[in-house]
Design a protein around this ligand. Sequence first.
Ligand code: UGA
Length: 442
Amino acid sequence: MNVTVFGTGYVGLVQAAVLAEAGNKVVCIDIDEDKIARLKQGHIPIYEPGLEPMVKESIATGNLSFSTDASVGVEHGELIFIAVGTPPDEDGSADLRHVLTVADTIATHMTVKKYIINKSTVPVGTADKVRNTVEKRLAERGLSDLPFDVISNPEFLKEGSAVADCMRPDRIIVGTSEKESEQKLRHLYAPFNRNHEKILVMDVKSAELTKYAANCMLATKISFMNEMANIADKVGADIEAVRRGIGSDPRVGYQFIYAGIGYGGSCFPKDVKALISSAEQLGLSAEILTAVESRNEQQKHYMAEKILAHYNGDVQGKVFALWGLSFKPNTDDMREAPSRVLMERLWEKGASVRAFDPEAMEECQRIYGDRDGLELCGTKEAALKGADALVVATEWQQFKALDTNEVRTLLKSPVVFDGRNQYEPEEMEEAGFCYYCVGRPD
Ligand code: UGA
C-alpha cells in the first residue's frame, strides 16, 4: 500500500521502517531539513536496536523515502499517518499544534480520498478536531464533498525494543466506525496479525482513551510499588520479597512492579500529566493519577536523600561515580530521567559526578555541555577511579554482574547506592560494601 508518515520521531520512524520492510511504499515527511537530509543517507537520529539496518535496507529497495515536501507526501499516501510530537503545554495538557498543522496540510493538498490515521498520543476528542480542521480547509478549497476518514491507531511500542514491539504487537487498536477504514487497516496490518487476532476495532474516542489508560495504568503500578518500597524501608521489610509475593498472583502479574528511583522517558510523565489535565478540563479531579505523579516526583529524590543521609548532609567536594544516564536501558533518551534529578541534587550540594552510560553520553553532553562537576568517562571502570562512592541509576545489562573486587579497588571507599536494586544486599555486605538500595534492608 502507499503510506505516508508525517513526523520522523520515535513512533513515526519505527512505524515507517517496519511498514516499508513489509513491502509497502512509505514516504516520511518532516519539517526538519537537516534531519531529513541525514535520514536520506541512512543516519538515524536516535539509538534504537535494529532500526538503522532496517531503514538502510528499505531505502535501498526503494520502499522508504524521505522528504520535507508535504505535498509529495499527501499525494503519495492513501493512508496518511500523523506521528508528530504532542509536547506538554504549560498546564500539562497535550499541545496539539503540530497534529492540527499536519491535518491542515493534508487538507490543503489532497485531491482524492485519504485515510488520516492518528498515531501520536492525543487526548480524547482530537480525532474530532482533526476532522474539523480538514473539513474547514476542504470547504475553503470548494472541495467539501471530498471523502476522508480520521482513524485513531495509537502506538504501544517501548523505547529500546521499538522495532520488535512494532513487528510483534500485542494488540493493534483501530478506532473508527467506518467499515472501509477498518478494512484498509486490516490489510495494512495483516503481516503483523498472523497467528492470532490482535486487531481490536472500537470507536475513535475509546481508542484515544485506551492509549492514555494503558500508560497511566503502568505508571500507577510503578508508583504503587515505589510507595510500598518506602513503607518497606520504614518497617524493615524487603520490597523484592513483596514483589515476588504479589506478582505470583496472576491478577497482579510480575511486570512493571519493580521499585526504583522513578519512571522517566517521554511517555509516562507526559501522558499522566495530560490525562490529569483532561480530567480537570472535564470538571473531574484525577485523584489517583495526581498521586501517581507526585509519588514519582518524590521518588526521583529517593537516592539523593539516602546519599545525603549517609554523609550527614555534607557532600561538598565528594565525587560520585554514576552508572547510567538514560531513563532506562537500551536507549540514549534522557528525557525526565531520574539520573538528572540525582546529578542536579548532588551538584547543588557541591559534589561532582563522573558518569558513564553505554549510549547516552552524547545526549548528556548535549544537555549539560562542559558543566563544572560533570565528567563523562569512557568506561564504567574509569568512572569509578578515585570516586567516593558508586551510584547506579539505570539497570543496563553490563552493570548487572558486579566485579566487587575491582569496584572496591577502584573506589576510594566501598560505598554503593543502587537506585535499581541490581545487587543482593547480603552479598554486597559480605563483599565489604556499605550498600544502599530501594525498599530493602540495607
Ligand atoms: C512506555 C510504555 O511501556 C509503552 O507501552 C508505550 O507505547 C510508550 O510508553 C509510549 O507511550 O510511547 P517507554 O516510555 O519506552 O514505554 O518505557 P518503559 O519501558 O515503559 O519504561 C518507563 C519507565 O518506567 C522507565 O523509566 C523504567 O525504568 C520505569 N520502570 C518500568 C520502573 O521503574 N519499574 C518497572 O517495574 C518498570
